[in-house]
Design a protein around this ligand. Structure first.
Ligand code: HEM
Length: 413
């Protein structure tokens, strides 16, 4: 196991190749790791991460003013507090739960069936690039009520926005590119917002346009920021979770067989995937005063990154944390998608993910469609598994081979 030496850096290629190799040493020897190049702190113990995310007075989201606001074109949910946060969060939650959720699930099934159809007779599909990424974009466009024909443009702009938020250091050229993407996305959204103000529908953009906060309708800037907020938050982690779920199940054939026999186990498999390999690896906060931890002090004003992957593998929180086990008793599937979740993949506290129920339903629905169709599923020959991302992390590709499905025998709605 590598040693956390003075030269150790979370920005190194070694760490990027496989952060999980380093987590035990970080938790043990450098639980409050300082990264001089970006002058930021990284906390890795479950207890410390939970403290940072729940002590909202001591650790605020102020850092997002520079990390997110420039590409969101306005303040995002995670920056808000008090009544404004509660009210705007409620509007967004409404679009992802109850009747809206049931309606969305129908759209997800038809999007998924359409996207997988060309690959099924071939018996080969890259679960990330052929299916998961376009699906996540289509699903989010549906929720927002945007035209799917704009999917590619929106996906390109979205990737510039995501690059800005998730990069530790951007060159001036990349920074310009990301800001250009955000400006073009904003220019694309403004006429849509105007149109929804005049003719509201059932979609999330219409709800944001017609909702009032303190008796005042939200400005175009506020609505734009919330749309980009949801676009970024909902798209990035969903396709990664689906691919990671299949990766782990294929790596553990006996657990794959159990899930095939009993699809009721899918939520447990998804929850364990989120614990074992959380797609959102870092959550940033800003210390308001000097914060003393068992392994060091974060000075007032500093940015502190919560290492979700490391916290979810902390033996003080989970037994045999480096083992993928959908039957583990210390996770609790039912609460894994609620505010009481034991794993920290959705964050915790005030800013915990608003899309937990939606993410569960989306991934469960799609996985339940795929499993019976991907008979004898395995990694394609010569495939070398690789993940990327320090901030959000997932497989670069996941080419799968399976028994070709004869034409017509595609997924049922
Ligand atoms: C497996 C899928 C997902 C994962 C792992 C995930 C993870 C997260 C995490 C870690 C946070 C907390 C950020 C913080 O504390 O600063 C968050 C917040 C958020 N997520 Fe998700 N998310 C997922 C899916 C979704 C979906 C489908 C939506 C769509 C509604 C969504 C919308 C949001 C929003 C709007 C926030 C900000 C909430 C606030 O600040 O009050 N997420 N998510």
């Amino acid at each position: 196991m590598p040693v956390v030496s003075p030269e150790f850096s979370v920005l190194s290629e070694d760490f990027a190749a496989d952060p999980y190799r380093w987590f035990a040493r970080l938790r043990g020897r450098a639980p409050v790791h300082h990264e001089p190049v970006i002058d930021s702190y990284f906390v890795s113990r479950y207890e410390d991460v939970e403290r940072v995310l729940t002590d909202h007075e001591a650790f605020t989201t102020e850092t997002l003013q520079v990390r997110a606001e420039p590409v969101m074109r306005g303040p995002v949910l995670a920056q808000m507090t008090g009544a404004e946060h509660t009210a705007k969060r409620k509007i967004v939650v409404r679009s992802f739960t109850g009747r809206a959720l049931r309606h969305q699930m129908r759209a997800i099934r038809s999007n998924a069936a359409e996207l997988m159809a060309p690959f099924l007779p071939r018996g080969r599909m890259d679960l990330v690039n052929d299916f998961g990424k376009p699906l996540a974009i289509h699903v989010t466009l549906d929720v927002l009520g945007l035209d799917k024909r704009d999917g590619q443009r929106v996906a390109a702009w979205h990737s510039g926005v995501a690059e800005f938020i998730t990069s530790m250091a951007l060159t001036p050229a990349r920074r310009r590119h990301c800001l250009d993407c955000a400006e073009q996305l904003e220019a694309y959204l403004l006429p849509v917002i105007e149109q929804r103000r005049r003719h509201p529908g059932e979609d999330l953009i219409s709800q944001l346009c017609t909702a009032e906060f303190d008796g005042i309708a939200m400005s175009n800037r506020d609505v734009t920021a919330l749309i980009i907020n949801v676009l970024a938050a909902a798209t990035e982690p969903a396709d990664k979770t689906l691919a990671l779920l299949f990766k782990h199940l294929i790596d553990h054939p006996e657990q794959l067989a159990r899930v095939r026999r009993d699809p009721e186990l899918l939520p447990a498999a998804i929850a364990e995937t989120l614990r074992y390999t959380p797609p959102v690896q870092l959550i940033p906060r800003q210390a308001q005063e000097d914060a003393v931890f068992a392994g060091g002090t974060v000075p007032a004003g500093a940015t502190v990154f919560c290492m979700i992957g490391a916290a979810n593998r902390d033996p003080d929180a989970f037994t045999a944390p480096d083992t993928f086990d959908i039957h583990r008793p210390d996770l609790g599937t039912a609460r894994s998608f609620t505010a009481a979740a034991q794993h920290l993949a959705f964050g915790t506290g005030l800013h915990q993910c608003v899309g937990t129920a939606f993410a569960r339903a989306e991934i469960e629905t799609v996985a339940a469609m795929l499993l019976p169709l991907l008979d004898e599923v395995r990694f394609s020959p010569d495939f070398r598994y690789r993940e990327t991302g320090l901030y959000t992390r997932g497989p670069v590709a996941l080419p799968l081979d399976f028994t070709p499905v004869r034409a017509g025998a595609t997924a049922r709605d």
